[in-house]
Structures are given as structure tokens and as C-alpha cells.
Design a protein around this ligand. Structure first.
Ligand code: G
Ligand code: G
Ligand code: MN
Ligand code: NA
Length: 254
């Protein structure tokens, strides 16, 4: 049986889960939000990584169904996280290129916010540079509609895609997620350090918030703190975890 066929039964059987990875204030290490990351727990294959099933879902269109489910579930989960923490948090959700182009996407977004009774401002939608570049005209329309709802747009894997920096001026973007590729060899690697410094400077001048991804060491965190990077996300401050573990992490995070 193919992985693709198994995915259809997995939807019916409820084998897809959501994990949540803390996004923390670089200075205080306080959890400010979570990125939602999809997982597939197959009864015999075990955990199937997203790099194996997301591309298939993107090709056969199942991503629209999975993505809509993830968006709704994540918005609802945020309410429970906020209750446990007793303060405001935000939730970040990955939107694939095909989802972004789907006619129903804005409807799905509205449904998710309504279902969870969530203000749009608590939602960050992560898209890649590639998603913007397929059809910039259409992207501008959709991003504007998203921004009208208060949702913030993050550029995921920033710096690794084929794109033009002009989009930072043209589109309503709020967050840059610096790809792990630029973070992993900090602080020793001169070229990576130069790129991260340049991104942080640029972001400051453009009023964009930066999240450094893949932070694994205290040295990396220290380097980013010194350069006023606002948020970090990585194994150092929390791996992707099931919701009940995230709730415990929130309670332990003072
Ligand atoms: O934990 P990690 O292995 O979760 O994720 C690997 C890749 O899968 C990342 O590039 C991430 O953006 C993608 N991914 C994880 N969850 C989702 C999701 O819910 N939707 C989309 N479109 N991509 C996801
Ligand atoms: O493409 P995107 O940024 O959405 O995917 C995030 C991916 O990075 C997920 O697969 C997640 O599990 C992984 N990840 C998150 N933090 C770290 C980290 O500190 N180190 C490594 N190696 N991977 C990480
Ligand atoms: Mn992401
Ligand atoms: Na990334």
C-alpha cells in the first residue's frame, strides 16, 4: 500500500496530530507563542515525518483538507494555552503554496477564527518566499485580506528561497523567520554571522520582527540577544511537543 493511499485512511482514522514548538522572547525566555507542526502517527510505520507526507499532500490536494483542520485545531488550542498561562499568547501556522492559492482559503481562515472566537491578531500565518513569487499579484490580494483580519504574515525559511527583497516593501509582512541554515553555525561562522546581522539590521529599519530558528546552544542565543533579536525558536528553548506537554512547559515557564 502506498503512502498516498495510507494518507486518505489516516485522515478518516484521525492519525494526524499537531505538535507545538515554543517561540520565546530571546531576552527573557518567556514563551510568547507556538508554531504548529503537523505529525502523522501511523499504526505500523510509526511517526511519518512531514517532509515525507506534506509534499504528497501538496501534490494530491489533501493539504487543503489537512491545512484547514490544522488551522482550526490550532486556533482552538491557543485558547487552552492562554488559559493555562493566564496571559496573551499567539499561534503560528504554516500555510503551503497550494493552500494559499486555494479559492476557499480566506473562508477557512474566517471559519477558524470564528470557531475559536479568536482575534485575528493572535494568529501568525507562515508562508515561504516561493509562495509569494508564484503569482505576486494574487499574493498581494490575499495578503491584504489576511492583514485586514489582523493576522500577521511571517516569511518562513527567510533567506533560502528565490525571491526579491522588493516584496518586503510591497506586501504587508510583519515577521521574518531566519532559516536554521544561517543560525546553526553561529557564532563562529563569519558568513552566517554577517547574514544574520544584516537581516536583523534590515528588519529593524523596516519594522519587522525577527524569529531566529533552530537555536540549539546558549552561545547562539547569547549572540542573538546581543544583536537584539526579538524571538528565538529551537531545541534549546523547546522541541515540538504535544499539546499536553506544551501546557506543562507553559506552567513551568516564568
Ligand atoms: O518538525 P518539522 O519536521 O515539523 O517540519 C518539517 C517541515 O514540514 C517544515 O518545513 C514545516 O514547514 C512543514 N510542516 C509542518 N507542519 C506543517 C503544516 O501544518 N502545514 C504545512 N504546510 N507544512 C507543515
Ligand atoms: O520549515 P519550518 O521552519 O516550518 O520547519 C521547522 C522545522 O525545524 C521542523 O522540522 C522542526 O522540527 C525543526 N526544528 C525546530 N527547532 C530545531 C532545532 O533547534 N534544530 C533542528 N535541527 N531542527 C529544528
Ligand atoms: Mn515554519
Ligand atoms: Na523555517
Amino acid at each position: 500500500i502506498s503512502l498516498e493511499a495510507a494518507m486518505f485512511s489516516a485522515v478518516r482514522e484521525g492519525e494526524f496530530l499537531l505538535y507545538y514548538q515554543p517561540i520565546v522572547d530571546a531576552r527573557t525566555r518567556l514563551i510568547e507563542g507556538f508554531e504548529t507542526l503537523m505529525r502523522w502517527k501511523h499504526p505500523t510505520l510509526g511517526m511519518v515525518p512531514p517532509v515525507r507526507f506534506i509534499p504528497i499532500a501538496e501534490t494530491n490536494g489533501l493539504i487543503n483538507l489537512l491545512g484547514a483542520w490544522a488551522l482550526k485545531a490550532a486556533c482552538m488550542q491557543l485558547r487552552q494555552f492562554e488559559e493555562a498561562a493566564g496571559r496573551d499568547l499567539y499561534i503560528s501556522v504554516n500555510i503551503s503554496p497550494r493552500q494559499f492559492r486555494n479559492d476557499k482559503f480566506l473562508e477557512v481562515l474566517d471559519q477558524a477564527l470564528a470557531l475559536a472566537d479568536l482575534p485575528g491578531a493572535k494568529l501568525v500565518l507562515e508562508i515561504t518566499e516561493g509562495t509569494l513569487m508564484v503569482d505576486p499579484q494574487h499574493a498581494e490580494t490575499i495578503l491584504t485580506r489576511m492583514a485586514e483580519r489582523g493576522a500577521r504574515i511571517a516569511i518562513d525559511d527567510f533567506g533560502t528561497g528565490y525571491s526579491s527583497l522588493a516584496y518586503l516593501k510591497r506586501f504587508p509582512i510583519s515577521v521574518l523567520k531566519v532559516d536554521r541554515a544561517f543560525v546553526k553555525d553561529l557564532p563562529g561562522a563569519h558568513k552566517e554571522a554577517a547574514i544574520c546581522s544584516a537581516v536583523l539590521d534590515m528588519a529593524r529599519h523596516l519594522d519587522l520582527v525577527v524569529v531566529a530558528e533552530g537555536v540549539e546552544t546558549d552561545e547562539q542565543l547569547g549572540w542573538l540577544q546581543q544583536r537584539d533579536c526579538r524571538y528565538v525558536q529551537g531545541y534549546l528553548t523547546g522541541k515540538p511537543m504535544p499539546a499536553h506537554v506544551a501546557l506543562t512547559a507553559l506552567q513551568d515557564n516564568h
